[in-house]
Write a protein that binds this ligand. Sequence first.
Ligand code: MN
Length: 202
Amino acid sequence: MLHLLPKLPYSFDALEPYIDARTMEIHHGKHHQAYIDKLNKALEKYPKLQNKSAEELLKNLDLIPEDIRTAVRNHGGGHVNHSFFWQILKKGVEPSGEILKAINKKFKGFDAFKEEFSSKAVGLFGSGWCWLVLNEKGELEIITTPNQDSPISQNKIPVLGIDVWEHAFYLKYQNRKQEYIDAFWNVVNWKKVNDNFLKAKK
Ligand code: MN
């Protein structure tokens, strides 16, 4: 079974002006596609692994043959992280529901949460992601991962995440990473994030 590029659940320009159409087009069609192509390539030698979902592969990286482990980590991670990211983006959805309650409780209010998340995202050196996850203890936690490492390889379930690779923002924001992160808050699909949270808690 080949891994395939999932369709975006909206048009390229749906997140304008916060995330521009050209960035979305290249990010989805070129970057995400490249992770998928390289994941498929890495799995060519191991037909048994081709039947597993990319999430399953990432959950048990130590079971992946050593010669393709780094490729699965990077490109499988790239595939899963981007598939997740597209889903949690939408304009005009206010935070609500159980996730809002849980954030308020854990972070001393929504603004304090946003501030901590933003500052971890902007402070991430090099390429990577900033996440709100449900950790092993069933608690909300903000973490960053380098490169395309997925929280699920650390037994953490992503609820919300931001891609802070330069390819995610450079066309529009160049070196103004903080501006990209500030804009990101306008395109978080809190309905989907709440669904992720409820599913993670089960
Ligand atoms: Mn990306």
